[in-house]
Design a protein around this ligand. Structure first.
Ligand code: 2YH
Length: 277
């Protein structure tokens, strides 16, 4: 599981306006619009509610401890969307207690294993891996103008790739699953069989062949260089939640508006929208 570091998040807050414009160009929707699309929510109704929905972001010192600016960046993303968000002055237990005492609607917090949002009224838990996979699958749906009946190559079958694959099946697309550890792809195929018939799910073993054939890609691996420059076609469209990004700088230039990648913003936006009751 990738742990973000200071340099991963340094420019997120100051780049939100620009990223929002970039998303509009690439998908036709804003950061909030994409998160609403992922959860089937009406953006206008959501906009009416978010400024009174209070979220405390609580720094967590457990395990490897606090990542400089992590909580502040999550708060900045939430505020950018219009939520009534703040970074708690108190970490850990004190932060949770203070959130309840001040009647916050939700908390967001991350340790080394999970980044979650919890609605303190409804007890709904939003998991970052799940929300990230779901929102990036929705990005692909928007970029494709509807992903229904298209095959999507899912690179990386961990928690994020699994959530993306599940969402794509809900959107009636077909998925080809690839993981460097084939048993992980096979086990995901088994668990996805409750959502779709097996003819919509296949295992890919030859990733280079698949990359030269498939147009739509979810890049959800924790590795660099998973999509080599020479395999990027003029029609390839990539939604990439993986950190680090599996595409070189040149690859990004080739893909241009056919690539969406970020390290925190879309996943956080999706979590927050899913917490609204
Ligand atoms: O980055 C992480 C974990 N790898 C979970 C990621 C889930 N997709 N956690 C962030 C830790 C933040 C830290 N405890 C803080 O600053 O509060």
């Amino acid at each position: 599981m990738t742990r973000l570091n200071k340099s991963d998040i340094r420019h997120i807050s100051s780049g939100l306006e620009e990223y929002n414009r970039e998303l509009q160009t690439k998908t036709g929707r804003t950061l909030l619009g994409i998160a609403c699309h992922a959860y089937g929510k009406n953006e206008i109704q959501v906009k009416h509610r978010i400024n009174s929905f209070s979220i405390h972001v609580i720094p967590v010192t457990a395990g490897q401890g606090i990542i400089t600016d992590f909580s502040e960046t999550v708060t900045a993303i939430l505020q950018f969307l219009g939520f009534n968000a703040l970074t708690s002055d108190n970490p850990d237990t004190s932060g949770i207690a203070h959130a309840f005492e001040s009647k916050a609607d939700a908390v967001m917090m991350a340790d080394d294993k999970r980044f979650v949002g919890i609605n303190l009224n409804t007890r709904v838990v939003a998991d970052n891996s799940e929300a990230t996979g779901r929102v990036f699958a929705s990005v692909l749906d928007l970029m494709a103008g509807g992903i229904k009946d298209h095959e999507v190559l899912v690179l990386g079958c961990g928690l994020v790739g699994a959530a993306a694959a599940r969402t794509l099946l809900f959107l009636n697309s077909r998925v080809a699953l690839y993981d460097v550890y084939p048993p992980i792809a096979h086990s995901l195929k088994e668990s996805l069989s409750v959502y779709a018939t097996f003819d919509r799910i296949r295992i890919e073993t030859d990733v280079n062949r698949a990359l030269s054939k498939d147009q739509y890609i979810i890049e959800a691996t924790p590795a660099a260089g998973t999509i080599p420059d020479e395999l990027i076609s003029d029609t390839m469209v990539v939604a990439a939640p993986g950190v680090p990004l599996g595409i070189s700088k040149i690859g990004c230039q080739i893909l241009k508006n056919r690539l969406v990648h970020d390290k925190l913003a879309l996943g956080t936006a999706a979590m927050a929208v899913s917490l609204l009751s």
